[in-house]
Design a binder for this molecule. Sequence first.
Ligand code: HEM
Length: 410
Amino acid sequence: MTAGSTLGTDLFSLSNLELVPDPYPTYSGLRRTDPVHHSSMYGGSWVIFSYEDVVALLKDPRLTNNRATLPIKALPPEQRQEFADIVPVLSRWVAFFDGHEHQMRRRHMNAVCDLFSREVLVPVIQNAIDTLLSGWSRRHDLIEEFARPLPSMVITELLGAPRQDHEQLAKWSDDIAYLFGASALVADDLRRGRRAIHDFADYLGEHARNAIRGHRPTMITKLAEEKTDGFEFLLNEACAQGMLLMFAGLEPTRYLIGNAMWSLEDHPEQRHLLTESDRSLHYAVEEFLRYDSPVQYIGRMAAEDFIYKGHKIEAGQPVLLYIGAANRDENAFRDPEKLDLTRQPNAHLSFGRGAHNCIGATLVRVQTGMALRALATRFPSLRVVPEVPPVYNTNLGFRGFSSLTVHTGL
Ligand code: HEM
């Protein structure tokens, strides 16, 4: 379901709320006319719209992932000092390291985290789905009552924190996510984000210390106590990865489930593919990821001055690699504007590509497949309620709904 956009190409900005319902016509205009787009966001930045350029720049060593300062860069220079204390905490996130420093951390997380094994994931996810859907009757908010709590319950449990705390963890995660998807941040957003960052870090630290004292290993204590090729995290670094996993995992997953159910409204003839076979479900999840990616861009910063396709990119400038636009590039996909749940091949960029690709991709694939199948099996007639307008999340970095009312057909 989309509404046409009438925006001019010069109006692209993460704070342009007119783009929220349907940014795709604007992306496609810019991909044709100005694929390496200079923007006034963050005091001067670049937005990249074509598949070829996004893939090339994801591998380009002249861009760095060291962007823990990005949220405070959105403020006027005279306000930035007040928030300098969040930078050392965010700088511990694996996502913000480059090269060898990143590889060591990533290898350790791959070795220690329970994110990759279906045997571990399936029972945790199934239990959360059963809890959330039990007692559903006629009308429900798909996001608030299912798509948002599902990943937060699952990640809370994987982190080894008490499951009943998942709402608090999700709230902190929301406040942190806001810092990474809106360019028009004001000091109050940073104050909320900073409080969440410190409270979340304190919470995880306390739980980890208790777990170590009680000899109850959790994902976080294992990150701090085990070694991979001689590398281990300090406890505060392990806690920072826990915070990252919650924030990175919760925001996009909830939007993916809502976006998938929304796009099926226009394509009821494809619903049966959610239940037909495991293979058809797998292809469907990949196509939902491509068609309406919950993560719209990947952020990088220029590590040095360089020329890219005739444009001078200056050291320190943010570069936003727009996977939402690349995934609809006609040079990379046949009929890119069409939802085709049987699409193959489907080399979407929704998990990124290369050294930093999404560490939670297995969890996303398993969890989203199980969630969509559970909805389709339990409520074969589930539909969006047309007279209740959906509420879009207004953060253009994460695309999806904060509220979507459905009727189960019961
Ligand atoms: C629909 C759901 C998700 C989508 C679309 C998504 C997408 C992405 C993207 C685009 C990146 C950036 C790649 C880059 O910087 O080059 C990323 C990185 C990351 N994701 Fe996800 N993600 C999802 C869910 C998850 C989950 C469930 C987790 C873990 C619980 C997770 C953890 C991470 C981490 C830790 C990174 C940083 C990896 C690194 O820099 O090495 N994500 N994800």
